[in-house]
Design a protein around this ligand. Structure first.
Ligand SMILES: [Mn+2]
Length: 303
């Protein structure tokens, strides 16, 4: 288990507070799969996003710090510190920050129900949207057949994934030199390979089934690095994507509308306008007349 990473540079306040001029004000933000502690983490793009957005509640939906890779080799640049500082600063400034650990930061599962610097660590949560829908929030790895049935395969896959991301960075450095825009090789490969074995579909269905079992109207998860909002068997399935490949977040507007914010288009093009592309939620889902609840309640995971 890695030590808490913030101790590496004590003067980590490279984030200029004066630079905070949020352009996007929303009720809730969900981000996951940041994979801090790995070269794959696109911390700069994430920092830009965090600077641009302000919200009442921020959910960190797992795989925030990558303990699996940090254990193999230590990688912790300043930008990753800046992300942690930024998140803690949001908590200090009144944003409710909830951290739901995933499989790569499973070490944090020992600290469920604890609060660190204003960040609540929870196993899972129920979020009630402004229009009264109950959304079950979980990282999702517990419903991933590969992780649950063959941990060695998950770790082998992780190594292969790490390699693909490395290849991707070289590939895009060359593309950038040729004046071509960023293109995610790993995203492309995963779509080809995992779609073929219907890995994503199986995962999505399992998570939606589980949400239904819990009497929720929908689910918000991460884990598979594929942002999505769609209906599965009467359940609103939302995935907030990741900050390694797709650079996506899920947000809830003040009227309860959900939307995927996609910052992937500008990953290699700093200085471009944010939120160039976004995907609206499907309309027409059941909206029950439930009292509005501003803060989510914790619920415990089944045995
Ligand atoms: Mn995961």
């Amino acid at each position: 288990m890695p030590a808490m990473p913030t101790k590496q540079s004590p003067n980590a306040a490279a984030v200029d507070p004066a630079a905070d001029t949020p352009t996007l004000s929303v009720r809730t933000v969900w981000i996951s799969d940041l994979h801090l502690g790995t070269p794959g983490c696109q911390a700069r793009a994430l920092l830009d996003f965090l600077r641009d957005v302000e919200c009442e509640t921020l959910y960190l939906v797992g795989d925030i710090i990558d303990g699996w890779q940090l254990r193999r080799s230590w990688y912790w640049p300043q930008a990753h510190n800046d992300v942690v500082q930024k998140l803690l600063r949001k908590a200090r400034k009144g944003t409710r920050v909830i951290f739901i650990p995933g499989n790569h930061d499973e070490f944090a599962r020992k600290y469920i129900t604890h609060n660190f610097g204003g960040v609540d660590v929870m196993d899972e949560a129920i979020h009630v949207t402004a229009d009264g829908r109950r959304l079950w929030v979980t990282h999702g790895d517990l419903y991933d057949g590969v992780i649950q049935c063959a941990r060695w395969l998950a770790i082998a896959g992780d190594l292969a994934y790490e390699f693909t991301l490395k290849a991707n960075r070289w590939f895009n450095r060359i593309r950038a030199k040729c004046g071509l825009p960023y293109w995610s090789l790993s995203r492309y490969l995963k779509h080809k390979v995992k779609r073929a074995v219907s890995y994503i579909n199986e995962f999505e269905n399992a998570v939606a089934r589980e949400a239904k079992k819990r009497g929720a109207h929908g689910v918000v998860c991460g884990h598979i690095h594929h942002a999505e909002i769609r209906e599965i068997d009467g359940i609103l399935y939302c995935n907030d994507g990741d900050w390694v490949e797709s650079l996506t977040a899920l947000v809830e507007h003040f009227d309860g509308q959900l939307e995927i914010i996609d910052r992937g288009d500008q990953a290699a093009l700093p200085g471009m306008l944010p939120a160039a592309r976004s995907q609206p939620a499907p309309a027409g889902l059941p909206v029950p007349a439930v009292a509005k609840v501003a803060t989510p309640d914790g619920v415990s995971r089944p045995a």
